[in-house]
Design a protein around this ligand. Structure first.
Ligand code: F6P
Length: 535
């Protein structure tokens, strides 16, 4: 956790820098870009547009040393019990082969499961494993929610291919419309289901799994041959067996893998089924490369450490209110959705590890969408609203052999927005613009744009399995380092659990009408209205 002496220094550093201009820093120091650029695992982080200088960077690096980020990382990857309220490790790094030597027994289980996943994937692709009617599979539906959905969904969209091995689909919401829309155009005889639920108790997933099962049976897949169409990924083999999925069709995950960190486990099976085993293996390799970078690099050369320090600096010291993730790649359209769970479920906390209240803000509110779509919507607020924000612009340099002209336009927008966040438009320029338009100078403030918004640009050669793996791993480690700096547990989610408990009580009330008196007056009236409408 951050030492109080470091906290005091960072407060005064922020005070010193607040009136400064990042554009001026860039003008005055021709080495600034190279000094504030970090490379690792196929990614480049340009942090030169952050409100930071050498002295503040030194203070941040000292606070990282004070909080022993390097030691915390060793503890994470070697199986330390980092999740203290659930009394478990968080070993997502082991899933991609990091620090195997430290945990040979668990590493053996991971390897055996990967082997089974590979065999199942290849049997489906080769036609050795076919559907009940003897036809090869053409489509796979992943049924899951939260970490059992967002990671695989994001990665499958990122690696989307004109000729995938199987077309990938996702059902998550308990709203039946989700399943109905996805299954509408699919042939049940050639569709495989992967039911992903670490606990196999999640209401949404079990409801959807039941409905998907009925969809298969109603279209002629017999109960007896249902097993050919359904895989499960879970820690709860007995619940999966009760659902009718035998051990052969079940892939294990373990309680030492957090849901939002589980895309590297069999939860990612849909990625392998969609795009082939070598793609999944490269995805794991990309993440492992980022793990190695994180273990080896000094703090100011360490991408996830710097990302965490900058997030702390922006939210806690420069008082930014939200953090945007703006990928200039349609392939990354689900990146912000994925990062919302990773960041806010992990670090949206209010007490330290020893239960003391945290008085400063913790996780930033994270949002964003693929450029350029947001530019025609909420970017107005970013440029001229009065909220403080920080951002990551994600910029792949190439886009395969698709239309180069369109790709150039996309990139120019990403770079233009980054520059606009930096320079804005000054009062003088605004006066000149008003005059050009023949408007009185009193209207000039309408054209003023403050700029000076701290942001980084994350660059990669292209969106491919390795870079996507490295990108997710970088954000995972940033999230963990931030939790270490803030002194909180990044691996539980008791706020979410409260919603599940109350949800069960209210479901019983909606079914029976009993228990209305136990609810507050507002919820009781709403529940009564629902019962009335559905009677
Ligand atoms: O949203 C809460 C949560 O517990 C997440 O942490 C988890 O990823 C999700 O529910 C799904 O849980 P499961 O995989 O057990 O169905």
């Amino acid at each position: 956790m951050l030492q109080s002496s470091d906290h005091a220094i960072l407060l005064s550093e922020a005070e010193r820098l607040r009136p400064k201009s990042v554009a001026t820093f860039l003008d005055q120091n021709s080495d600034r870009v190279s000094q504030l650029t970090i490379t690792g695992a196929g990614l480049t982080l340009d942090a030169s547009k952050q409100m930071i200088d050498e002295q503040a960077l030194g203070a941040l690096a000292a606070s990282a040393a004070g909080a022993d980020l390097a030691g915390a990382y060793e503890r994470l990857i070697t199986g330390g019990e980092v999740n203290i309220t659930e009394v478990r490790a968080a070993l997502h790094t082991l899933l991609r082969g990091t620090a195997q030597d430290a945990l040979p027994a668990l590493a053996g289980e991971v390897t055996a499961t990967l082997r089974r996943m590979r065999a199942a994937t290849e049997a489906i692709h080769s036609g050795d494993h076919v559907g009940a009617s003897g036809q090869c599979f053409t489509d796979v539906i992943n049924i899951g929610i939260g970490g059992s959905d967002l990671g695989p969904r994001m990665v499958c969209r990122a690696l989307d291919d004109a000729s995938p091995k199987l077309k990938t689909h996702f059902i998550s919401n308990v709203d039946p419309h989700d399943l109905d829309v996805v299954t509408r155009d699919l042939n049940p005889q050639t569709t495989l289901l992967v039911i992903c639920s670490k606990t196999f108790t999640t209401e949404e997933t079990l409801t959807n799994a039941q409905r998907a099962r009925s969809w298969l049976v109603d279209s002629g897949v017999s109960e007896r041959s249902l097993g050919q169409h359904v895989f499960a990924v879970t820690t709860n083999l007995s619940a999966a067996a009760e659902f009718g999925i035998g051990e052969d069709a079940c892939f294990p995950i373990w309680d030492w893998v957090g849901g939002r960190y589980s895309v590297w486990s069999a939860i990612g099976l849909v990625i392998a089924l969609g795009f082939g085993w070598s793609t999944f293996a490269s995805f794991l390799a990309g993440a492992k490369a980022m793990d190695e970078h994180t273990r080896a690099a000094e703090c100011t050369e360490n991408m996830p450490m710097m990302m965490a320090l900058l997030e702390l600096w922006n939210t806690r010291y420069l008082n930014t209110e939200t953090h945007l993730v703006l990928p200039y790649s349609q392939r990354l359209k689900h990146l912000a959705d994925f990062l919302q769970q990773l960041t806010m479920e992990s670090n949206g906390k209010r007490v330290t590890l020893d239960g003391q209240a945290i008085n400063e803000v913790t996780a930033p509110v994270l949002w964003g969408s693929a450029g350029t779509i947001g530019q025609h919507s909420y970017y107005q607020l970013l440029h001229q609203g009065n909220r403080r924000f920080s951002a990551d612009i994600v910029l792949p340099l190439t886009n395969g052999d698709v239309d180069k002209d369109a790709h150039r336009k996309l990139a120019s927008n990403g770079l233009a927005q980054s520059r606009a966040f930096l320079i804005g438009r000054s009062a003088e320029e605004s006066k000149a613009l008003a005059a050009d338009k023949g408007l009185p100078s009193e209207l000039a403030p309408h054209f003023e744009i403050p700029g000076n918004h701290p942001h980084s640009t994350l660059v990669m050669e292209s969106i491919n399995p390795q870079t996507v793996g490295a990108l997710i791993a970088a954000y995972e480690h940033k999230t963990y380092f931030l939790s270490v700096l803030m002194g909180l547990n990044a691996f539980d989610q008791w706020g979410v659990e409260l919603g599940k408990i109350i949800g069960k009580q209210i479901l019983a009330t909606l079914e029976s009408g009993e228990g209305l008196d136990d609810l507050d007056a507002s919820t009781a009236a709403l529940a009564a209205a629902w019962r009335e409408a559905n009677s």
